[in-house]
Design a protein around this ligand. Structure first.
Ligand code: ADP
Ligand code: MG
Length: 478
């Protein structure tokens, strides 16, 4: 596929108000000059979405289902090419884009194709001679603002259910990784979606993103990104009382009990933090190890960490790619510096790296002897850096796991069924993984509690985010 760099608005590729350089973080080369939507183009996108909405909303649900399935087929046909673009744009290993991201994107569209014609309401027993029933109707025009860590997956998580429910969508990809979102727009046109039903408008957050959030013609903002930006969006959305869904950051605890299969736990802890270069909202960045097995476990963890060597993301054997940008690399390095200064023990990594003298890589980094008061234990680093802490017993594990403003995900490793379920019940998180980590499925809800946000992506729970429930009363005695 040829790269697209213009905005997709109302079925046409149009110029933006400005352009920005989209960089390959593994080579530091500019991949493309991408058009940026200014307020005028955002307004045009909103108008085209509003125009497209009535016919799209009233289309046969079966027809919407067929279109979503067709788009899934096209994504599957182009999966290899899309995976290459994703890797060049984001720096993630091709193993991840080709073997994990793309298959899940295809599955996601098929999953929601299945829901498009199954969104019924209910009849409700009420007092008096009345029939009361509910209609599930689309929210209207949805602005989807997504991050750069899983560009096409995050687009799919929002676009697929929103379209299935009959909404028109304006997708604002992250400025670091706009390319696959634009190709998704192209495939949607090829699949036969009506013009204006899916618009794709790249641009910087404070320019394009903000204009979208402020626009009175947008009914809902579905956002995935940082806590700071999420707070800003919630505040901006208040001006027009927009419906918002926020999936924000995390500092997820991954808890290893002494009775766990330590080899499996060490494997899960390694992928839990280093998968996706640690640029994963649900990364297991606080690793709690029960004191009695700490030394044995650390040996296994460090052995596995040593194999996570930064490499060329396009190489199929690479497991640790480049961070998304220079800014992100520098931010991660400054956290590593803070860890050193605050007295944590550096057991692995700790340095910037490059491949052929280029790229924004950081070594797989392990800090031991971490205290919950330290920055590296409290703040989301969003990079390949894990903080190891100790605990003693289930009460202590639960107490420490919950010692955070976040609540996105948690992991627990134990052979004791009761302990596993008790932890799962008491940990404050939207997702809990028992003896596994980083599992996702289109059918299983994902989202956070506390400052990790509210609302759920995926599963039938996402349908709640993209529909309104209308209550209809009919007098039966007339
Ligand atoms: P990061 O700082 O790691 O890039 P952000 O949460 O800022 O993470 O970015 C996630 C998404 O939010 C991106 O698409 C970005 O462009 C967008 N964004 C950033 N600032 C704003 C804003 N003020 N209003 C709306 N969207 C924004
Ligand atoms: Mg890029």
């Amino acid at each position: 596929m040829e790269l697209r760099t213009k905005l997709l608005v109302g079925g046409d590729w149009v110029d933006g108000a400005d352009r920005f350089a989209d960089v390959n973080p593994a080579t530091e080369e500019t991949l493309a000059q991408v058009h940026e939507a200014g307020p005028d183009q955002v307004d045009a996108a909103v108008r085209s979405a509003r125009e497209a909405l009535p016919a799209w909303r009233d289309l046969d649900p079966h027809a919407r289902s067929v279109l979503l399935w067709r788009l899934a087929d096209l994504l599957e046909e182009r999966a290899a090419e899309l995976a290459v673009v994703e890797t060049l744009d984001n720096g993630k290993p091709s193993f991840e884009s080709a073997k994990v991201d793309l298959p899940s994107v295809v599955e996601n569209f098929r999953y929601y194709a299945g829901w498009a014609d199954k969104l019924g309401g209910e009849t409700i027993p009420v007092s008096g001679p009345f029939l009361n029933y509910t209609l599930r109707q689309p929210v209207g025009v949805v602005g989807a603002i997504i991050p750069w860590n899983f560009p096409l997956s995050m687009a799919a998580w929002k676009v697929a259910p929103a379209l299935a429910c009959g909404n028109a969508v304006i997708l604002k990809p992250a400025e670091q990784t706009p390319l696959t979102a634009l190709l998704l727009g192209e495939l949607a046109l090829e699949a036969g979606f009506p013009a204006g039903v899916l618009n794709v408008i790249p641009g910087r957050g404070p320019v394009t993103g903000q204009a979208l959030v402020e626009h009175p013609g947008v009914d809902k903002i579905s956002f995935t990104g940082s806590v700071e930006t999420g707070k800003l969006i919630m505040r901006e959305a208040a001006a027009t009382v927009k419906n918002v869904t926020l999936e924000l950051g995390g500092k997820s605890p991954n808890v290893v009990f002494a009775d766990a299969d330590l080899d499996a736990a060490a494997r899960g802890a390694t992928t839990g933090i280093f998968y996706g270069k640690g640029e994963v909202c649900a990364a297991g960045s606080r690793l709690y190890v029960e004191r009695s097995v700490k030394d044995a476990f650390m040996e296994k963890l460090l052995e596995r960490t040593a194999k996570m060597v930064p490499g060329d993301p396009t190489h199929p054997k690479t497991r640790l790619g480049a961070l998304v940008s220079k800014e992100q690399r520098d931010k991660v390095l400054s956290y590593i510096e803070a860890g050193r200064e605050e007295g944590a023990t550096l057991r692995a990594g700790g340095e910037a790296a490059s491949v052929d003298g280029r790229g924004y890589f950081v070594e797989a980094t392990v800090f031991d002897d971490v205290d919950i008061g330290m920055k590296i234990a409290r703040e989301e680093i969003f990079g390949p850096v894990v903080a190891v802490l100790e605990f003693d017993g289930i009460e202590d594990a639960i107490r420490q796991a919950n010692q955070t403003i976040y609540g996105l995900a948690a992991g627990v490793w134990t052979r004791d069924v009761g302990k596993a379920h008790r932890f799962a019940r008491e940990v404050q998180a939207g997702t809990v993984w028992v003896n596994t980590y980083n599992r996702y499925d289109s059918a299983s809800p994902f989202g956070g509690v506390k400052q990790s946000g509210f609302g759920r992506d995926l599963g039938r729970y996402a349908l709640e985010q993209y529909t309104e429930t209308k209550s209809v009363w009919v007098a039966l005695d007339g």
